[in-house]
Design a binder for this molecule. Sequence first.
Ligand code: NAD
Length: 275
Amino acid sequence: MTVPLIELNDGRTIPQLGFGVFKVDPDEAERVVSDALEVGYRHIDTAAVYGNEVGVGRAIEKSGIPREELFITTKLWNSDQGTQSAFDAIDLSLEKLGLDYVDLYLIHWPRPDLDRYVETWLAMEQIRDDGKSRSIGVSNFHRPHLERIIAESGTVPAVDQVELHPAFQQRELRAFAEPLGIRTEAWGPLGQGKYDLFSEQAVQDAADAHGVTPAQVVIRWHLQRGIIVFPKTTSRDRMATNFAVFGFELSDAELAAIDALDRGLRVGSDPDTAT
Ligand code: NAD
């Protein structure tokens, strides 16, 4: 199974399908990530605040997979925004992961109330220049936050990782970001199980037509819409299911039917007000 590579605005590439580890218990992270790597995932999305970087790192080490075949993302937590605190944060993440560099380092949330995300972005540039992260990007940034860091640094983030699923499709943000070369990553791609996405008629119909599961339909919708996606599960069977999405293709009509499920349903925090 070949996962497509998406080109980033800094010339690097990212596997379009990965594996996320939000809320994976630190004690279980090594087992979960080992399973994911065995299933075939090569792109892992973690964060300092998930508390499971040590387990992720152990799984990577034990896998014996050459480092250059992996794509590892981690994120700088809100309390580490600033200059020296960002430098310290990446060093600690690398130590926990047991890595010399990550492939992608993200500012986790803009936290406009702190007003430190521009300063933090300038530190991210230094982290990239020091070779500690190959690419740098942001998460949960809205258009004004993106505009500000680009204006004040000249560096366009490689990605913006935002809540995105069929009931919350972020069309305006994507329409702004994509022409600038900012790739969109979806968090909560399955709606975090917080609404009954899998019973939607459009999803069911496509699942029946292709003989696949509703989760596979939704992941396939993300992929065909050009979105980078990393669903999370601790079940090895579901990891395999979620990875087996390259043997079928949704038709234009099926894609449009899922597009029509957009209703502005945010299931997570609003970045403008999250504290
Ligand atoms: P998700 O949409 O991937 O949903 C996970 C839920 O879906 C779990 O409850 C899981 O049991 C269920 N699920 C997974 N596969 C399934 C299947 N095949 N059939 C039925 N149910 C299935 O939500 P998520 O974990 O929040 O998002 C994915 C990743 O995005 C995270 O693990 C994390 O890496 C990242 N994330 C980032 C942020 C951020 O602020 N940047 C926030 C949340 C998540």
